[in-house]
Design a protein around this ligand. Structure first.
Ligand SMILES: Nc1ncnc2c1ncn2[C@@H]1O[C@H](COP(=O)(O)OP(=O)(O)OP(=O)(O)O)[C@@H](O)[C@H]1O
Length: 283
């Protein structure tokens, strides 16, 4: 068992006696690691081309789950299926089941808006809106009907703090986000995702467009964020997966080949194809 996991289970062993309505605190009640998302027999087609085959995977709560695999193996498709964003491509068809906190997301009863709020996404290229830093972060809460300036001010400050960029930007809230560096833009985009109080954050290669220092900042941030959120991160960078994730999933040609504790997957892969990939024999 890794040190990180050991710590998490110890934390889970405490009983929280303080009354609180905060869902993040509520999750501190004693429990073993729960699954925030459960994927069963998931298949996905773009028209007649199948891109995902019988994927089964339980995503643990408040951990970092990395998704690795060669280009075109279905990593982004899988990620975007988890908040049904993939269905923006009209030719997409799916079969199987995905449960978010025990509720079937493909069910007609499950509101897509709610899903996108709870399962937020950060993209490869920072994609701030051409608006001020403040308006970027306040965007989601405003869409959800929050109008009071004091409330928005608090949300913006908290989200930027949680995204570890408040100190850098607190005096630049009215500047256009386009004027920030790429690394700052990406953390503003993370703050924007946090502002609507998600539960799960999907990250699609969030550091691939960033320099090493900005990458390190985002990696540190991911370690902080997992105390409150469940994170699923697609990365081409195996060192990054090894550095920041608790569990790693290896995809190949649309199949989930192996899913294990990160240490185990990198040190003692069970499948020859995983071993070949992580030792650089292909991909
Ligand atoms: N919008 C789309 N329309 C049709 N086919 C698509 C679409 N998006 C992806 N695909 C196909 O689905 C398969 C998986 O692609 P996907 O982008 O999920 O892979 P990936 O592992 O994320 O790749 P990369 O690492 O290069 O980003 C590929 O064969 C790709 O061509």
């Amino acid at each position: 068992m890794s040190k990180l996991k050991e710590n998490q289970e110890t934390v889970g062993g405490f009983t929280s006696t303080a009354p609180s309505i905060d869902k993040k605190e509520k999750k501190q009640t004693p429990s073993k690691v729960n699954n925030v998302i459960e994927v069963n027999d998931l298949n996905l087609w773009y028209g007649s081309d199948q891109a995902l085959y019988e994927v089964n995977m339980n995503v643990p709560e408040e951990q970092v789950t990395a998704i690795i695999g060669p280009s075109g193996c279905g990593k982004s498709t899988f990620l975007k299926t988890l908040n049904r964003m993939v269905e923006m491509v009209p030719i997409v068809k799916t079969s199987g089941s995905i449960k978010y906190r025990n509720e079937e997301i493909f069910s007609n009863k499950f509101k897509q808006e709610y899903l996108r709020t709870k399962v937020g996404m950060v993209f490869q290229k920072p994609n701030p809106f051409p608006k001020s830093v403040y308006d970027n972060v306040a965007y989601g809460p405003r869409v959800h009907g929050i109008k009071k300036k004091e409330v928005l001010d608090q949300i913006v400050e908290k989200s930027l703090k949680d995204a570890a960029i408040w100190d850098e930007l607190k005096d630049r809230l009215n500047e256009n986000a386009y004027g920030l560096s790429g690394g700052q833009q990406q953390r503003v985009c993370i703050a924007r995702a946090l502002a609507v109080e998600p539960d799960v954050i999907l990250m699609d290669e969030p550091t691939s467009a960033l320099d090493p220092i900005s990458t390190a900042k985002v990696e540190e941030l991911v370690q902080e964020l997992k105390k409150k959120y469940s994170i699923i991160i697609v990365t081409h960078n195996m060192q990054q997966a090894a550095r920041i994730s608790d569990k790693t999933a290896f995809f190949l040609n649309g199949e989930l080949i192996e899913f294990a504790e990160t240490d185990k997957l990198f040190q003692n892969p069970q499948d020859k194809r995983t071993e070949d990939y992580i030792t650089g024999r292909f991909g």
